[in-house]
Design a protein around this ligand. Structure first.
Ligand SMILES: Cc1cc2nc3c(=O)[nH]c(=O)nc-3n(C[C@H](O)[C@H](O)[C@H](O)COP(=O)(O)OP(=O)(O)OC[C@H]3O[C@@H](n4cnc5c(N)ncnc54)[C@H](O)[C@@H]3O)c2cc1C
Length: 291
């Protein structure tokens, strides 16, 4: 199918894009890599009257280090993030995750901001940003505001970004000391959206006990889910096969309420959540111990 008719603008600067979005309000949609929006328009699931193409705005594409944080511009291609030495050195959880997202051809066009703003509950990056405690800058003609990842994802394909706004910057704080991370997912074929995925960042105190654990799951609800109860069972405990198994059990039984679909039953998703949480925590604590 072909998309419904729309007006097309290709601004050359962020200011110009924000002015267009302010002028057209809810009738306008930003176009980033187009890897989700264009198929949705072709199927007429999305029928924006106005497209504001962000691809001419070079100021939104960057990866840099700023006061200890890693900052990534909203229009940075997923493949650029995947290949960044700065990202793999400083935020290796992202580097470990990127190859799981679709295929290289899609990552060549797809952007980090597009993935986060689209907020597919089966997408990897939203869950990873929850685990990393990232902060997002959301900009409009009225100014910019910061939103914590915990407050950003509001429901099925719904985020804190309002009409007239753009996700312009992703800021990832430095890892605590004695920190470990891991990401794993299960999908039917490599490159497919995951049936379930888990990301975790853990840290150890001086005595080798768990100081903090941020665990996030994807494809188990209407948005990426933090496993808060699982983290509570670990905090202050020595990471062991038993304490990790208890946390994995809490993640699967208390933190999520998955539904079934044609790809997997709710029961199977819970099972995967438990298995993956156990594997991911085991790997993350191993890495934390290795420093
Ligand atoms: C075959 C296939 C397989 C895929 N598999 C996966 C997968 O396994 N995992 C995964 O995570 N993704 C997958 N994707 C999706 C892919 O990662 C997309 O790139 C991503 O979801 C959207 O990024 P985009 O830059 O293409 O955004 P677009 O498609 O251009 O936009 C998506 C939405 O976000 C809005 N938007 C875009 N940028 C901004 C911004 N800066 N501020 C505010 N709103 C914005 C748009 O208006 C639109 O509503 C797959 C896609 C395809 C086609």
């Amino acid at each position: 199918m072909k998309p419904a008719p729309f007006e097309y603008f290709r601004p050359a600067s962020l200011d110009e894009a924000l002015a267009l979005l302010a002028e057209h309000g809810g009738d306008a949609k930003p176009l980033a890599g187009g890897q989700s929006l264009i198929p949705a328009m072709n199927f007429r699931l999305a029928t924006p009257a106005v497209l504001v193409d962000l691809n001419g705005i070079s100021e939104l594409s960057y990866i840099n280090s700023d006061a200890g944080d890693i900052r990534i511009g909203g229009m940075t291609r997923q493949r650029t993030v995947e290949r960044s030495v700065l990202v793999s050195d400083r935020v290796p959880l992202i580097a470990e995750t990127m190859p799981h997202i679709a295929h290289p051809a899609i990552r060549n066009r797809g952007t980090i901001g597009g993935s986060l703003a689209h907020a597919d509950p089966a997408a990897e990056l939203p869950a990873v940003m929850l685990a990393l405690n990232a902060r997002f800058t959301v900009s409009s003609q009225a100014g910019a505001r910061e939103v914590e990842a915990d407050d950003f994802f509001m429901g099925l394909f719904a985020t804190a970004v309002q009409p007239g706004e753009l996700l312009t910057d992703i800021r990832i704080p430095p890892s605590p000391s004695h920190c470990g991370f891991a990401f794993q997912e299960i999908s039917r074929r490599h490159g497919d959206f995951a049936l379930v995925g888990v990301a975790a960042v853990v840290s150890l105190d001086a005595g080798g006990n768990c100081a903090d654990a941020r665990i996030a799951l994807l494809s188990v609800g209407d948005r990426p889910m933090r496993a808060v109860e699982a983290a509570k069972t670990l905090t202050g405990q020595r990471p062991s096969a038993e304490s990790i198994a208890a946390a994995a059990d809490a993640a699967a039984t208390k933190d999520i309420d998955p539904s079934g679909d044609i790809h997997a039953s709710a029961r199977y998703r819970r099972h995967l959540a438990k298995v993956l949480t156990r594997r991911v925590l085991t790997r993350a604590f191993e890495r934390a111990r290795q420093g």
